[in-house]
Design a protein around this ligand. Structure first.
Ligand code: FES
Ligand code: FES
Length: 167
């Protein structure tokens, strides 16, 4: 295994939102910092920095990950989707609109992580129950909205077109 000292920056190559990206990171650099400060993707927010609030959630190799609890060097060769990648998705535009309509978006600090989780969740559960939606949202802390609007927005999204929700 390659040995590097703690301050040495190493090359990290991964695919982010469908584009091959190359950057440099110290072995201790968090993925959230790498995305924001090395790759300039500021859509990923950082709150607690210890894996609790969910603000930094991204999709990595098809699974949800807390980017504040993942090291940048662990992403070598990985496929990552951040909120900027989700914004390419027309379904996410609709979901965002419904969040807005139902008061589920206020300061927006939590929204990038919640939209990433919701997209991943709907891929796994195209017709979720209210309890399943609430269970998914337990992975996120929102200081503003009280969550009820988020549940309603996701239900409306699924009701409006289950086929679209599956995409
Ligand atoms: S900033 Fe990563 S979970 Fe809170
Ligand atoms: S909308 Fe402000 S923290 Fe969720």
């Amino acid at each position: 295994m390659r040995q590097v000292n703690k301050d040495q920056r190493v090359r990290v190559s991964c695919t982010v939102n469908g584009v091959k990206r190359l950057g440099y990171a110290e072995p201790r650099t968090l993925l959230s910092d790498f995305l924001r400060h090395e790759l300039g993707l500021y859509g990923t927010h950082v709150g607690c920095e210890h894996g609790v609030c969910g603000a930094c959630t991204i999709i990595m190799d098809g699974l949800l990950a807390r980017s504040c609890s993942t090291l940048a060097v662990q992403t070598e060769g990985s496929e990552i989707t951040t909120v900027e990648g989700l914004s390419e998705d027309v379904n996410l535009d609709l979901l965002r609109e419904l969040f807005s309509k139902n008061g589920a978006l206020q300061c927006g600090f939590c929204s990038a992580g919640i939209l990433a989780s919701t997209k991943h969740f709907l891929n796994q559960h195209p017709n979720p129950t209210e309890d399943e939606i609430k269970d998914m949202l337990t992975g996120h802390i929102c200081r503003c909205t009280g969550y009820a609007g988020m549940v309603k927005a996701i239900q409306e999204f699924v009701d409006w077109s289950p086929e679209r929700a599956k995409k």
